[in-house]
Design a protein around this ligand. Structure first.
Ligand code: HEM
Length: 162
């Protein structure tokens, strides 16, 4: 699954963010050098890889909570990416914020092996798309979502010019 569900899902989430955030989309269409910052903000705001599981190899205490060796724990990247201690006004989509310390690609030894490829591919796709279709909106009010507790993205995203 690595690199398939996560990347295709993220492309949909980034397109969805831009279809809803008109000021951000117009800024990117006018200046493609802003695309990387917007991409990082989308990885923070609405990442496709929401969570993964770990099994503890030793006892750990975090914030007063004791977890035992062998316990299954969930790394909730999407939640951490809205942590107000890290990001001011975390529920606001803001392409001018410095979002690189998000956990959209995880962290530590198992952080995403394909993050640079994903970034380059996404940047090229949106550069090309915004050059041809600078104005677009979403068509459907209700989106069909991927059925998964780990990934979050629309199964289908219909966009219209204008
Ligand atoms: C925007 C697209 C992508 C997102 C959001 C994403 C997200 C993630 C996340 C959150 C993890 C960490 C999982 C963990 O902590 O266990 C991860 C791991 C990984 N990703 Fe990605 N990924 C993306 C694209 C890709 C691509 C394009 C590839 C390969 C071509 C890839 C290959 C991998 C691999 C191999 C791992 C496992 C690394 C390890 O366990 O040591 N990913 N990814």
């Amino acid at each position: 699954m690595a690199g398939i569900e996560s990347l295709s899902g993220f492309l949909g989430m980034f397109a969805l963010n831009l279809a809803e955030q008109h000021d951000a989309r117009r800024a990117l269409a006018a200046d493609a050098s802003l695309i990387p910052d917007a991409m990082e903000e989308s990885l923070r705001f609405n990442t496709s890889a929401q969570r993964f599981k770990r099994t503890l190899t030793r006892d750990v205490e975090l914030h007063g909570q004791v977890m035992k060796e062998g316990d299954a724990v969930i790394l909730a990247y999407g939640s951490a990416n809205r942590d107000e201690r890290m990001f001011e006004n975390p529920d606001i989509y803001d392409i001018t914020r410095w979002a690189k310390r998000h956990l959209g690609f995880g962290g530590g030894v198992h952080s995403c092996l394909g993050s640079m490829l994903a970034r380059v591919g996404t940047q090229i796709l949106f550069e090309e798309m915004l050059a041809v279709i600078p104005e677009f909106t979403r068509v459907e009010d209700e989106l069909p979502w991927v059925s998964s507790s780990n990934f979050r993205s629309p199964r289908r995203l219909v966009l219209a010019r204008g």
